[in-house]
Design a protein around this ligand. Sequence first.
Ligand SMILES: Cc1cc2nc3c(=O)[nH]c(=O)nc-3n(C[C@H](O)[C@H](O)[C@H](O)COP(=O)(O)OP(=O)(O)OC[C@H]3O[C@@H](n4cnc5c(N)ncnc54)[C@H](O)[C@@H]3O)c2cc1C
Length: 473
Amino acid sequence: MANCGQLFPVSSTERRPSMNRMSHHSSTPISSARILHRGEPGYEPARREALWNARLPPRYPDVIVQACDVHDVVAAVRLAKKKGLRMGVRSGGHSWAGNHVRDGGMLLDVSRLNQSRIDPVALRATAGPGCAGSDLLPALMDQGLFFPAGHCRGVCIGGYLLQGGFGWNGRVLGPACQSVLGLDIVTADGDIVHASESENADLYWAARGAGPGFFGVVTRFHLRLYPCPRFVGQVFQVYPIEALEEVFRFAHGVRHDVPRSVEFQLIMRPGGRLRKRPHIEIFAPVFADSYRQARRDLGFLLDHSIGRHAQLRLPLLPARIRWLYAAAGWSYPDFHRYSVDNMWTRASIDALLPGLHTIARTLPPAPSHMLWLNWMPSTQPQPRADMAFSMEDEIYIALYGAWKDASDDARYDSWSTERMRELSPLASGCQLADENLGRRPARFMAERNLARLDQIRGERDAAARFYPYMGRL
Ligand SMILES: Cc1cc2nc3c(=O)[nH]c(=O)nc-3n(C[C@H](O)[C@H](O)[C@H](O)COP(=O)(O)OP(=O)(O)OC[C@H]3O[C@@H](n4cnc5c(N)ncnc54)[C@H](O)[C@@H]3O)c2cc1C
């Protein structure tokens, strides 16, 4: 991701040479974009490049446009309109489901719009959708600033911010879309507009939560920044799978007591290279003013008798953000085939335990795993802003099936979906971050918000130029 975190525009040497100019096909020239029609040399590598998940779906856009700047985006949208093509948009390509890789139409790749500009005095930044949060955040922290970027390397802010964004220190700062002050958007008609509280407020409302169902191309985000917490640390513990019931009862029981400075996560894993037997890890990053405050905030865990069951208990240790990225990345190695699904819940632990035991019993091999996050929106001091994002609950559970060989697809592919289907009577909805709507439609937005979103879509994209969600209830 060239340039992210820098103050400079993309230089001409970083532009890819044009294979094909859009002007060959249209009266609207695309200055620098690479255009690849299905069947042409370069098309398949471009389709492959559009998705991080090694499990590329068997869906084939008619044309892939790799835009280099906003003018390319305008020209591409106008061309799609003229030719009647539907559009899917790709920023970082981390959609697990490959939402933007559809059959037919145009796949518009805006990953090269990856410049960012930081204003430390005003606590503001602008960043292109192809900017990786993992590049932006360390650059901010080097200047004493912070933004709740996502937990893994390579996840770009385009898709991340549109769906909500559950990032570092997210329990204090909220879903990252709450820190979006404005967006530059190319509309379905090919016009460039700015959306904020006071301009195109309907698009501003929709872009904070619509996720893979957004009906425009975001070409730049305007972000609110925060002072960097003075102490960043983490606690790491490991429990044998035999302590499953005690550990999850503990996690559920303390949900009202976990301070917002702590991201309290449980990761259930099968045996692997480092630990041969299935186990449960507690990973609790903390963002505080001082070591003393962090230690106090983690008292609910460090001073609890649950620790007696642990196989490994590390004390509170200071952490650099790059180490936290490395720790989170351990769960999501590149070049793997992923199938994921998720749910929000506020069910009792007694209701959840049978499902958790089934997950433990059926976990595919490493690096497959289950994530449990104590999110607890009710601990927020203020209600969320009015925006499309409207689905969250006490506990987040996500399943990540991961394997390397295509020959194992049939074996592991349905694990996450089937387990979530079984647990769905206990779910209040799902997160768009880890959506699998094409396979298992679920509620991802409050009903009223979804109705308003549909209305705005009808007004802003009457011709349904942008692909809708792959599934919905
Ligand atoms: C390894 C990994 C780790 C993750 N960690 C986190 C995490 O910590 N927190 C979290 O909240 N999520 C996380 N996610 C989920 C991730 O945030 C979403 O998949 C997000 O959509 C990825 O953004 P992207 O730009 O990289 O993906 P893309 O696949 O490019 O975008 C996803 C969808 O968003 C839409 N879209 C993207 N860009 C634009 C645009 N510029 N204009 C209009 N529509 C657009 C398209 O519909 C597209 O299909 C993770 C995903 C992976 C694979």
